[in-house]
Write a new protein. Sequence first.
Length: 397
Amino acid sequence: MESMFQSRYDLVVAGGGVAGVAAALAGARRGLRTALVEKTVWFGGLATSGLIYIYLPLCDGNGTQVTFGISEEMLKRSLEYGPGEIPPGWRRERNAAEARRYRVIFSPASFVLSLDKMLEEAGVELWLDTVVTGATVEDGRLSAVSVANKSGCGELRAACFVDATGDADLAAFAGHGCIEAPNALANWTLEYREGAVGLAPNCSMAIVGCSTDPETVPPGISGRTVSEAVLAGRKRYRERLEREYVSGKFDRRSLFPLMLPAMAELRHTRCVTGEFTLEPGMEWTAFPDSVGLAADWRKPGFVWEIPYRTLLPKGLKGVLAAGRCSSSRGDAWEVTRVIPAAAMTGEAAGVAAALSVAAGITPDRLDCGVLSRELTQVCGFALHFGELGLSREERKP
């Protein structure tokens, strides 16, 4: 079928979650004509549409900030139109629990408004309610993505692409072999609970299922997987409400949902098979091509360097992966998939795209020294443990 419309850009970013927004901002702020394609009508991904509204820590739990740049900018902007506070004493904490670290709980709707504003200010061309349906590869290089929206079917061509779909859709559509993993069932809901203390009086979060839940969704992702996971999550929440009502403590007037997640809350579906894959046990491992540092949100004192090679799909040129699409497995994926690391790798991907386009090369040929200088001198990143005086011995015993 011939395309009904076609547009050409310097950079096309697929996926408008925090990784995609960061990549688009980084590219547009460096002068690239940038398009951001998002399947819903909200930016922010799981942080907003998915109601997972905890901006996890930018610090190591021992008073040292490790993640900077747009990731920190987003954390602060998430509070622009709504409640939430950064713990004031996070720099003095040692072996701190997640809630006492440099993090916030934010209003998802407020964060959407701030992301809209940031993208508008940067001049990003925004394609909402637009689904990526395919990819074109020419001589081993991604050259175009197929999309569909109310205008029909079309094609977006670019000098460079960022796959921030969360499910490595660009890579998969291009025929790239991806890493897959199973998912635990989870459902995050914003609810009215009389007497609760949360985002606001009587407004709190309900989390049904968690990452340690023994019931899992099969590895990978498909139309059936998404449907089954969404319906199972809503059923679990419905059953939870019914139990609360039967107990007599609450009724439909004192406990009810305010907002249900508008997307599947799948955490590990598929990611690219990168030039390098971050594996469990690689915390405190130094990499010469690190593009930034990420703290483990689950336990203080554990920090990861993220290699540039994890953003490069092996054997597929012209595209970078960002967020939970970057090449990771197991416990390492738990670190790279969450908001701070996703925004950080998104910015790194956008910067690498801008440098590559300016040089007329594909990202796999980019000099890592050039990228490192841009990330440290312009973006304000720390790339290696030593830059912050961190060492393995700093971690909690």
